[in-house]
Design a protein around this ligand. Structure first.
Ligand code: BGC
Length: 803
């Protein structure tokens, strides 16, 4: 071997060795920092049950005595104080951060933990305190559905996305959905569900809008509180997220929201405030973003002054996963729990204490809140979870709720379907129906009913020619249909290629069917924002399919129905005149296809109402001037190794910072103020029947405006209506919205001719605005207009009241 070759080989060998050593060190660092670092803190599995003086209890610390914290008869405060007094400093610091990402990544010892649990409150074995399991998310519980060496399955119910749930405007129904979610968590041994999401739909492109309810804070707050109350009625906690103004995914871990105090108070905080007031959730999750320069989890004004001192929140605040930068700043700000927890944070807090920068008093404040949650949990009762929730009953609830939130946007004498036996389904999503969005808001369900299956279940015949076009297309594009798995699947939706039809195919399908149903699908989620081309806008192929199919079917007097299987707003103005009917089916969870069939067949009369505006054009949104439009994908490693030291000049608008220049003018507040025509207004949705609203009666007493009116079903089929109350200040000198939703109620299902008297109570305080100069809420004196209607642009009457 010649010398040069030898030297080259030797160099390659050394480099390979160095690379291997670096990889091993890197891996060891990663695992010991982010995955497994708990060492001496394994959960105590066996606790002695003692009976003393006729009382049976778990002797958690094994001292043979009944301690106050072990005594369920003692008050929560006394139990917490007793526990706190028994904890060492090390134990106190230890409990402030979770145990890392091992369980979320499936790195569990056999028999340990629950696969898919994404975070924990760590156990304190010396005192017999258990590990508390935290699991996503807003559309139902997210855990792994199968386990190694275990024949059982652990499927959860995929409920509809939050946006669909909000479209029901039905608080009782949402409480029922929450109750079902909570029961699933309880029976699978989960202590806290990481949801619901209460961020505002500031712009249609936010990839996570589907996890959130609405562009309006009142609707957000009411829906969120109902879900929280439902879940927590099971003794399972919630984590209302992402507090606050977390409205884009682009650069989400670093983005600085530059916002006025007024917009923050009236729009972005308001929903959370209502949730705290009406449901006092166990926990709140702080968001990744900064607000006016400070990371939310490090922001004392938000987490302590506003949330606790002003609103009276009694629970704990946890970070979003790897959120925030400085562990000490977070604890000091009132962010009690760092999730999922890293060894670096543990070390930083220990050092801060040793160096005198973290006082015991500050520590105790957060530890108390964590202990309270542990003592409230079912875990502490040793609840014997069954791993067998009532999935059948929950399937019924999810189907009902899905159907109730689906919103009929257009109906030209086409629905419910009459004289239709055979239906031709167009578009890949008719067969591959989308259940929900991706990321932590996704659920591992046992099955998902497509539109094709739903219609088949409802007794329709599915046109085989249309189906064969789909089958051939799928076979020819196999790879595009393979669902992305793991992290890749969590952060990037699988978007198979859409199919086209030849004239001949269309003709053959048309003559062999009674109706065309075209499904248009969209998916997005955590890790990226949406884009205009082929997402907000229909693709050229979709438009072409729609036009050609409709032209052909209309010639033969056959109808065309469009079903929108989407998670967020799309453009509709340019094409909505083409089909005969448009059903906004959203993403309806695992029973989505059955729910659509329920509506198309007329088994259920649609009663969904839009929780946001569908604009004519994207640019019509005031926030459009300041929103990232490129849909840059998110880099998960940036969360672990944060580098946040760009100079002011290097910062990129809408990525490093976003100006909320539109202030309070989000959604209809802006469209109304700017007198813009919209495609479909906030609060809009059609029914198969008509309702008549009587005039409204109003009283003002004890700081509450009470409005009541009668709703009469004047059509031929039974149905529900949503009465919406909008208020506005007459002759205001303040820059205020033209009208704001201040109350609503959904009727029961009214039979033809049936009348329901509805009453809506509106606290006068809800009519206040935030005065920036005084930094306080102010009620303008004078006359207010109270309007009632069935959408923000279909007002049936108004009354003036003097306040
Ligand atoms: C999401 C949270 C979620 C958490 C745990 C984060 O990436 O933003 O909504 O609860 O992960 O999965």
């Amino acid at each position: 071997m010649n010398k040069t070759l030898k030297i080259t080989l030797k160099s390659i060998g050394i480099l390979a060795l160095l690379a291997l050593i670096t990889a091993i060190i890197g891996w060891l660092y990663l695992t010991s920092t982010f995955l497994d670092f708990e060492d001496d803190y394994a959960e105590l599995k066996v606790l002695n049950e003692l009976t003393l003086d006729g009382i049976s209890f778990l002797d958690r610390n094994g001292n043979g005595k009944l301690d106050i914290y072990e005594d369920i008869r003692a008050s929560m405060e006394d139990r917490v104080e007793d526990l706190l007094s028994q904890m060492t400093l090390e134990e106190k610091i230890h409990v402030l951060k979770g145990s890392g990402m091992a369980s979320a990544l499936g790195r569990l010892e056999p028999g340990e933990g629950i696969p898919g649990v994404v975070g924990t409150i760590v156990p304190t074995p010396r005192l017999g305190l258990p590990a508390i399991n935290l699991s996503d998310g807003p559309a139902g519980l997210r855990i792994e559905s199968t386990r190694e060496d275990d024949k059982n399955t652990y499927y959860c119910t995929a409920f509809p996305i939050a946006t669909l749930l909000a479209s029901t405007w039905n608080e009782d129904l949402l409480e029922e959905v929450g109750n079902a979610m909570g029961e699933e968590a309880l029976e699978y041994g989960i202590d806290v569900i990481l949801g619901p999401g209460a961020n505002i739909h500031r712009h249609p492109f936010n990839g996570r809008n589907f996890e959130y309810y609405s562009e309006d804070p009142l609707l957000t707050g009411k829906m969120g509180a109902a879900i929280v109350n439902g879940i927590e009625s099971n003794g399972v906690g919630t984590s209302v997220k992402h507090f606050v103004a977390n409205n884009q995914e682009t650069n989400r871990n670093f983005n600085d929201v530059i916002i006025s105090e007024r917009a923050l108070r009236e729009i972005y905080l308001k929903g959370f405030e209502i949730i705290v007031e009406e449901s006092q959730p166990w926990t709140i999750m702080s968001s990744y973003n900064k607000i006016n320069g400070t990371y939310v989890p490090e922001n004392k004004i938000l987490l302590t002054d506003i949330l606790r001192d002003e609103w009276g929140f009694e629970g704990l605040v946890m970070t979003d996963w790897f959120g925030g930068n400085d562990a000490l700043a977070m604890i000091r700000a009132g962010n009690d729990l760092l999730e999922p927890g890293t060894k670096r944070q543990w070390k930083a807090l220990t050092e801060a204490y040793e160096e005198g920068n973290l006082s015991e008093e500050t520590l105790n404040t957060s530890v108390r809140r964590i202990l309270k949650l542990i003592l409230k949990s079912k875990k502490i009762e040793n609840y014997a979870f069954s791993n067998n929730p009532d999935l059948k009953a929950h399937a019924t609830i999810t189907r009902q709720s899905a159907a109730e939130g689906m919103t009929l946007l257009k109906n030209e004498s086409s629905l419910p379907l009459k004289d239709v036996k055979n239906a031709a389904l167009f578009g890949i999503y008719s067969y591959d129906f989308i259940t929900g969005g991706i990321g932590s808001g996704d659920v591992n369900e046992a099955y998902s009913i497509s539109l094709e299956e739903g219609l088949t279940n409802a007794g329709f015949e599915i046109n085989t020619l249309a189906k064969s076009v789909y089958q051939e297309h799928k076979a020819a594009n196999e790879e595009g249909f393979v669902k992305k798995e793991g992290i890749e699947g969590m952060l990037n939706p699988t978007i198979p290629p859409e199919m086209g039809y030849t004239d001949e195919q269309l003709e053959q399908i048309m003559v062999s069917t009674d109706i065309a149903i075209i499904t248009i699908g969209r998916n997005s989620g955590e890790g990226g924002d949406r884009k205009e081309k082929d997402d907000f806008l229909l693709s050229e192929l979709e438009v072409d399919n729609l036009k050609r199919t409709t032209a052909l079917f209309h010639k033969a007097n056959k109808k065309v129905i469009v079903v929108l299987n989407i998670g967020g707003v799309i453009e509709t103005a340019s094409w909505k005149s083409i089909p005969d009917a448009i059903l906004l089916a959203w993403q309806g969870g695992q029973e989505g296809g059955n729910a659509v069939a329920d509506i198309l067949s007329g088994k259920i009369n649609p009663s969904g109402k839009l929780p946001m505006t569908f604009p004519k054009a994207l640019e019509d949104h005031a926030s459009h001037a300041n929103f990232p439009l490129k849909g840059i994908p998110f880099d998960p490693m940036s969360m672990l190794f944060k580098s946040d030291n760009k100079s002011e000049d290097e910062k990129i608008r809408n990525e490093d910072y976003t100006m909320y220049d539109e202030g309070i003018y989000v959604g209809y507040r802006h469209f109304d103020k700017a007198a813009l025509e919209v495609s479909y207004p906030f609060g809009y949705g059609l029914s198969y029947t008509d309702f008549e609203l009587s005039t409204m009666q109003t009283t003002v007493e004890n700081d509450t405006i009470t409005v009541s009116l009668s709703v009469k079903n004047i059509g031929d089929v039974k149905g529900k209506e949503v009465v919406q109350i909008y208020t506005s200040k007459i002759n205001t000198t303040i820059d205020r919205a033209i009208q704001e939703l201040k109350g609503f109620v959904k009727t029961k299902a009214l039979q033809p001719q049936e009348i329901e008297r509805v009453t809506i109570k509106i606290p006068v305080s809800r009519l206040r605005y935030w005065d920036e100069s005084k930094s306080t809420w102010v009620l303008e004196k004078g006359n207010y207009k109270i309007a009632f209607g069935i959408s923000s642009r279909d007002i049936k009457g108004t009354i003036e009241v003097k306040l």
